[in-house]
Design a protein. Structure first.
Lengths: 339, 330
């Protein structure tokens, strides 16, 4: 089975005033049709840059390297016309901040119809019916079509954004902090909705959030990003509950777990700031903030190692930390054992 | 692209009807609700506008002037406006028969002014339309391609803006006089001459507003869902720029009317029609000032000032209703 989405060695560099700033430094991701992949990380870790790079929506100052294969076709090589056709039909985005992602002077029905009209996926006379159907799917009455965005609540607007993302029946939905600005109850509703729609329609979903608990509840697999690289990747439960990389474990510990008195009594944060992407520290970039750093970490920048591999050397989970890799080849870690 | 939009609008009621059923027998149809909401919005707008006293005065004055211009053929006998059919003697001072006296041919100055309002308003409106359409087109295009057109787009944008700057630094009046002198004489020429000289300010304003709109996330969303340049400009930017354009339009009418009067006063207007500027010019050539015939000179000047003022008042009021920040400052 070919992957729905295959990101290989993705590099994104922003040209800033004083030089080049690498925002994404060699990210590999892969998503099967119907699968859900979570992308976690703190602000500035490059997760939104990855999302925008998938559809080439980055500003001109960004230089993109590597490959983004959407159903086997490299998005980064596409001609402009083909790219426009792929946008929303191949992959749609649920943007963060539905408040501002809707045009305030257009009716929501017309905005949901917008991608269908642009791509001609639905004949014009059947668009109103399809809009009503989409609104129904996201749990809004079809009588809302003639409303303007300001007449809806935040949760309703996010539902409209989801309806819009589903309009052209994309194979991939990218949810970029889709629930971040919402309160917890609405967040739970929207997540349940997304999960149900994705499962029902067999859509692949890439979900981006800084909130690991949200990803744990929604996704099959989770990748944790730090300073432009994936530092741990694997099944969601394992990554969240038994993280192997110290950064993933700090991120996981930052959320108190209900019913776990230990996490309440010992809340943990992560001291320090993420590294300046223009001038990353040598060796492992997480070393300055790492509680278990060793001298070797200052020189070795570990690649992703399999965690707890079976005898054949396969593992569902990978982490980029010297504590995870085989103890032997530490000194030659850069060349050895790429997964 | 706009044709598509129209079609959606026309189709929408069908979707609504289905929606009313789906909602489970709502007592009021969504269309009636929408209508009520629109009426409510209009009432709110009217309330907000009438709270601005100056705006109200401007609107009333403007309505009176427009009505006067529309019904001028009923109030004024056109035959009496010709030099041969003049009813009075030359330079009669104001009297019961001629409330504003007569001109050098014995025509009633009041009748001339009533009749002149037609040309002044027509030219004012049409020249404004020309300049607003041109300015909006240039402004939106320059703003859009400057913000998201890539390197080629930035070239297009700067070329457009340099052309705009060029028109902006040319003395408006001199350019209009030159244009009016070169083109065949007539009202159409005056409209084009004014329209072509007044648009740069609108273009600058619209471009600035376009840049602000382009930075908003829904424009990025529109690009993400595969919308091209035309779609973004026509569907997303233009409707969001319209309020500014509208307020600018009312302000420009005043400018255009003054420009028309100026051109007529300088003698490059259409000599066959009666306009306020034309009356002023006739008064000047007849030496009205030096011979103390004030009723020939002052009324048309006041008329120009009154119309320009009422348009400006309306424009300012409109601006303050549309822009809540101005409303607070008032």
């Amino acid at each position: 089975m070919t992957s729905l989405l295959d990101v290989r060695e993705l590099h994104v560099t922003y040209r800033a005033g004083h030089g080049e700033v690498p925002a994404v430094r060699g990210v590999d991701l892969s998503l099967d049709p119907g699968g859900t992949l979570g992308l976690a990380g703190e602000s500035g870790s490059g997760k939104s840059t990855v999302a925008l790079a998938l559809l080439r929506l980055l500003p001109e100052s960004a230089r993109i390297g590597g490959q983004v294969l959407l159903e086997g076709e490299n998005v980064l090589d596409m001609r402009w016309g083909r790219l426009r056709a792929v946008r929303w039909v191949g992959a749609a985005i649920v943007f963060q901040g539905a408040m501002h992602s809707l045009n305030p002077v257009k009716r929501i029905g017309d905005q949901i119809a917008e991608p269908m009209a642009i791509h001609g996926t639905v004949p014009a006379n059947r668009i109103p019916g399809r809009v009503a159907e989409l609104l129904g799917q996201v749990g809004l009455p079809a009588s809302r079509t003639r409303d303007y965005p300001h007449q809806l609540s935040g949760g309703q607007r996010q539902r409209v954004m989801i309806a819009m993302a589903l309009a052209c029946e994309p194979r991939l939905v990218i949810a970029d902090e889709a629930t971040t600005a919402l309160d917890v109850m609405i967040q739970a509703q929207i997540l349940a909705l997304l999960k149900r729609l994705v499962a029902e329609q067999g859509i692949g979903m890439l979900m981006i959030s800084h909130d690991l608990s949200v990803l744990a509840a929604t996704c099959d697999r989770v990748a944790v990003m730090y300073a432009g690289r994936v530092v741990e990747q694997g099944p969601a439960r394992e990554v969240v509950h038994e993280p192997a990389h110290p950064y993933a474990s700090a991120l996981s510990a930052a959320f108190p777990r209900i019913g776990d008195p230990a996490s309440r009594l010992a809340p943990r944060g992560l001291p320090g700031d993420p590294p300046d992407p223009a001038d990353p520290p040598p060796g492992c970039v997480f070393r300055p903030r790492c509680a278990v750093a060793e001298t070797v970490c200052a020189t070795v920048d570990p690649p992703l190692w399999p965690v707890d591999p079976d005898p054949a050397g396969n593992s569902a989970r990978h982490a980029a930390c010297v504590h995870v890799g085989p103890a032997r080849p530490l000194t030659t870690a850069r060349d050895g054992g790429t997964p | 692209m706009s044709a598509d939009t129209e079609e959606h609008g026309a189709d929408a009621p069908g979707g609504d009807a289905g929606g009313a059923n789906g909602a489970g027998g709502a007592p009021v149809s969504p269309r009636a609700l929408a209508r009520r909401r629109r009426a409510e919005a209009l009432r709110r707008f009217a309330r907000e506008y009438t709270r601005n006293r100056a705006g109200l005065v401007g609107l009333l004055a403007l309505s009176a002037i427009v009505l006067l211009a529309l019904f001028a053929p009923l109030l004024v006998d056109q035959a009496e406006l010709t030099v041969t059919g003049a009813p009075g003697a030359a330079y009669e001072p104001p009297s019961a028969e001629f409330p504003l006296g007569t001109d050098n041919f014995g025509r009633s100055v009041l009748d001339l002014i009533i009749w002149g309002s037609r040309v002044s308003l027509t030219v004012g409106f049409l020249a404004t339309v020309v300049s607003v359409v041109l300015g909006t087109l240039v402004g939106v295009t320059a703003g859009h391609f400057g913000a998201s057109g890539g390197p080629a787009g930035r070239v297009v944008s700067s070329v457009l803006m340099r052309v705009t700057d060029w028109f902006l630094v040319l003395p408006t009046l001199v350019l209009a006089v030159a244009l009016a002198a070169v083109l065949p004489r007539g009202t159409g020429t005056i409209i084009i001459a004014i329209g072509l000289t007044v648009w740069p300010a609108t273009a600058r304003l619209v471009r600035a507003q376009t840049l602000a709109v382009e930075a908003r996330p829904f424009v990025e969303r529109a690009r993400a869902l595969g919308g091209g340049h035309t779609h973004v400009m026509a569907w997303h930017v233009l409707p969001n720029v319209m309020p500014v354009v509208l307020a600018q339009t009312t302000l420009l009418v005043a400018t255009s009317i003054i420009a028309e009067s100026t051109l007529a006063f300088l003698g490059v207007g259409d000599p066959t029609t009666i306009s306020w500027g034309g009356i002023l010019e006739a008064a000047r050539t007849a030496g009205a000032i030096s011979s103390g015939i004030w009723w020939y000179m002052i009324p048309p000047g006041l008329a120009i000032a009154a119309v320009a003022l009422s348009f400006t008042l309306c424009g300012r009021a409109l601006e303050s209703v549309i822009n809540p920040r101005l409303r607070e400052q008032r």
